[in-house]
Ligand binder design. Sequence first.
Ligand code: ADP
Ligand code: MG
Length: 288
Amino acid sequence: MSHLQTENLTYIYGAGTPFKITALDNININIEKGDFVAIIGHTGSGKSTLVQHLNGLLKPTDGKIFLDGENIHQSKSKLFDTRYRVGLCFQYPEYQLFESTVYKDIAFGPTNMGLSVTEIDERVRKAAKYVGIPDEMLSKSPFDLSGGEKRRVAIAGVISMEPEILILDEPTSGLDPMGREQILDLIKNYRETTGNTVIIVSHSMDDVARFATKVIVMNDAKVDLTGTVDDIFENSTHLQDIGLSVPQITEVFIKLREKGYPVSEKVYTVEQGYNELKRLFEGSVNND
Ligand SMILES: Nc1ncnc2c1ncn2[C@@H]1O[C@H](COP(=O)(O)OP(=O)(O)O)[C@@H](O)[C@H]1O
Ligand SMILES: [Mg+2]
């Protein structure tokens, strides 16, 4: 049984109006416990709409979503439960932060879960520490923070609910390279220490190649491909056809191969590239 599954999931914005847009068209995906899933696809392909269904925020126009085999819309209490078990961090942190202080924003989820004041306080401090928000920042207004800090507060607000499935919609967009590395390390660490499932919507193929155990490619409201990093990036021409790219390091190795160097094209991370070059050079030394 899948941990999280969609069955013929369809969603139409503005259904019944002349402006209707089919944002999801018959989506079937399966996510297993502990998976690190990357959802990729061009802008407007339906990624944000899809993840907003996975925690029950949007209700399908058609089709079903199952969490551990149970339809998340089967009852009010099931839906309520799903919102805490599947934590969603929005694409734009501004949509998620609305309280007067950082503390209250991080406490929002645990408060709604009905935890005691002591438990809430513990959760807030633990989550803030986890994402690197210092104590003195807790009394600040979230609107006085930098882009990177806002993002971290938004992530802390979801982590504080200790979700079994953590979903992050483009968590590194708009950040500088160092800010991006920090957020990615944090997410990687969350998965490794908790063993929980993580789903990331990402634009960065380089990041996807480094972390994902499973990749879902969206194109025009449909799932175009699913598979491992190898399965997906092997199809470099197809990815380009649907407005995506392969990791930069893969492009380098494709070019090297075109120029006649006997290197593998299946190089998706800098580390793999390093090993491949080492193999090539050591090989040529031995042959000489
Ligand atoms: N609130 C909305 N109202 C109407 N259309 C929307 C809304 N949000 C998204 N859409 C449309 O739905 C499609 C999918 O959007 P979205 O899920 O945001 O894609 P992505 O996250 O891949 O960029 C796009 O055509 C977009 O314009
Ligand atoms: Mg989006």
